[in-house]
Design a protein around this ligand. Structure first.
Ligand code: CLF
Ligand code: SF4
Length: 470
């Protein structure tokens, strides 16, 4: 087995290296917090129901609370006292962050004044971005997400029911042309100012899937920093127009192929489509621990420095961890010869292989091709195989769901796996690998693929022979 070398895909910017969305490795180490101060919206996406979180940035679920700017500041005090990993404050809904800009800007100012070490982040549909770009930049916003699903007004007309133009809900292709032009202007302005623009696109089979590769190339030319292609969530129970029309959601393979086809620009593959009131690391949302009811009338012990010393100590620890363990990697190299393997890896913390197969609710999927292991997705399962000693091993339905979720993988790398799941994995042609404990996941994935290669286990066909991406 060769020694896996590292490529540093993350930008040199120290702050981006601590942003859990902009850096895949940072998401194992650092936490974000969303402040739900933005209830209004200036467009209507057909995949969104206003009773639910913003689908662009959140998984569907009723927003548990909306905050005034002052309540938002109080909440940050409470979270900062308990979450040393906190590094980013984002405003991502539940409506659009710039549709009622006063609340958003007041909140950003308060956070900047009281927590100057925290990174400010914002997500928007872009409609109101041109008139606010300069002020956002002056306030210190260097990370901004714009949700762009198409540059074609006819396609936009199928994705959005209306857009607010001169105070009126306007419909039709002309209104869409106006909206898309505003998005493009806003992205260019923020990029020209020097902000890192991330673009989220919802992959909608049959509507915009075929446009995403060219959209991605245009975004790069416009100065966007990275692209996050997210699957459409189309559950009729959410009451969205697309849900009620039973629009198909993309499969995991469709999503991963779309990301591959858009790979000219850095792709985000670890998004969790989180709530507009999310708190914590992306993989362990703690929003329920910090509801308004929990801190209303409770004065928490706020350190004099607002917790900055604790956060700084954690950042030093994280930097040491990355320098000794190689956790800053985006890609791991290896000496695999050809073809392409898919390897699932399990981690409960720090990006290390340190989770038992039976406890996993998420599988990190690495594609090992051309001698490199690259994260292409994080697939979720409905429940873990083992919920505790009382039920562990009883759950054949859970195991079927798990194996169905990773059935196209060649191997799964984990800390341990029980006899039953081991047998079922092997029968499904998925090699369980348990002798790489506490290795960085991407290195373990590369090493597992090398092992399969050396055993002459037939790899998947090279990507170009697999048919065209959507
Ligand atoms: Fe929040 Fe968005 Fe900032 Fe991250 S989320 S505003 S960039 S701090 Fe992140 Fe959540 Fe995905 Fe968004 S995982 S939905 S990409
Ligand atoms: Fe919903 Fe966000 Fe679209 Fe507004 S921009 S309609 S809040 S998904």
């Amino acid at each position: 087995m060769s020694e896996c070398k590292t490529l540093y895909g993350a930008g040199p910017d120290e702050i981006t290296a601590r942003h859990p969305c902009y850096s895949a490795s940072a998401h194992h180490l650092f936490a974000r917090m969303h402040l739900a101060v933005a209830p209004a919206c200036n467009i209507q996406c057909n995949y969104c129901n206003r009773k639910y979180d913003c689908a662009s940035e959140s998984r569907p679920g009723v927003v548990s609370e909306r905050l005034s700017p002052d309540e938002a500041l109080t909440k940050v005090y409470h979270v900062a006292a308990k979450v040393k990993e906190l590094s980013v404050i984002g405003i991502a809904g539940p409506g659009d962050a710039l549709a009622a800009p006063e609340r958003t800007f007041k909140t950003l100012r308060l956070i900047k004044e009281h927590f100057p070490d925290l990174t400010l982040c914002l997500s928007t549909n872009g409609m109101a971005l041109p008139e606010h770009a300069q002020e956002l930049y002056e306030l210190g916003v260097r990370h901004i997400t714009v949700t762009v699903n198409t540059f074609d007004p006819a396609t936009a007309n199928r994705i959005y029911a209306w857009a607010l133009v001169d105070g009126h809900k306007a419909t039709g292709v002309e209104a869409m042309e106006y909206f898309l032009a505003r998005q493009r202007d806003g992205i260019r302005m923020m990029a020209d100012l020097g902000a890192l623009v991330k673009v989220n696109s919802i992959l909608i089979p049959g509507i915009n899937a075929h446009e995403l590769p060219s959209l991605s190339r245009k975004l790069k030319l416009m100065g966007a920093h990275m692209h996050n292609i997210m699957p459409l969530i189309s559950d009729p129970a959410h009451g969205t127009a697309f849900g009620l029309a039973h629009m198909a959601e993309p499969s995991a393979a469709e999503l991963e192929n779309a990301r591959e086809a858009c790979g000219d620009i850095q792709q985000m593959a670890h998004c969790r489509q989180c709530r507009a009131d999310a708190v914590g690391k992306l993989s362990e949302d703690r929003f329920a621990d910090f509801s308004k009811a929990r801190f209303a009338g409770v004065s928490c012990a706020i350190p004099a420095d607002n917790g900055a010393a604790g956060r700084e100590k954690w950042r030093e620890h994280a930097a040491r961890f990355i320098s000794t363990r190689g956790g800053g990697d985006k890609v791991a190299n290896c000496e695999k010869r050809g073809g392409s393997y898919l390897v699932a890896a399990l981690s409960k913390s720090m990006g290390l292989v340190n989770q038992h197969f039976g406890h996993a609710k998420e599988f990190y999927i690495y594609r090992v091709a051309d001698g490199q292991a690259r994260l292409v997705n994080v697939r979720k399962v409905k429940r873990s195989f083992c919920d505790g000693p009382m039920t562990c091993g009883d759950e054949s339905a859970a195991l079927d769901d798990i194996i169905g979720t990773i059935q196209d993988c060649d191997a799964v790398v984990c800390l341990k796996v029980g006899y039953g799941p081991h047998k079922a994995l092997t029968a499904a042609g998925i090699a369980p690998v348990t002798d790489m404990p506490y290795m960085q996941m991407e290195h373990a994935a590369a090493a597992a693929a090398e092992r399969l290669d050396s055993m002459n286990i037939a790899p998947e066909l090279p990507l170009e022979k697999k048919g065209s991406a959507p």
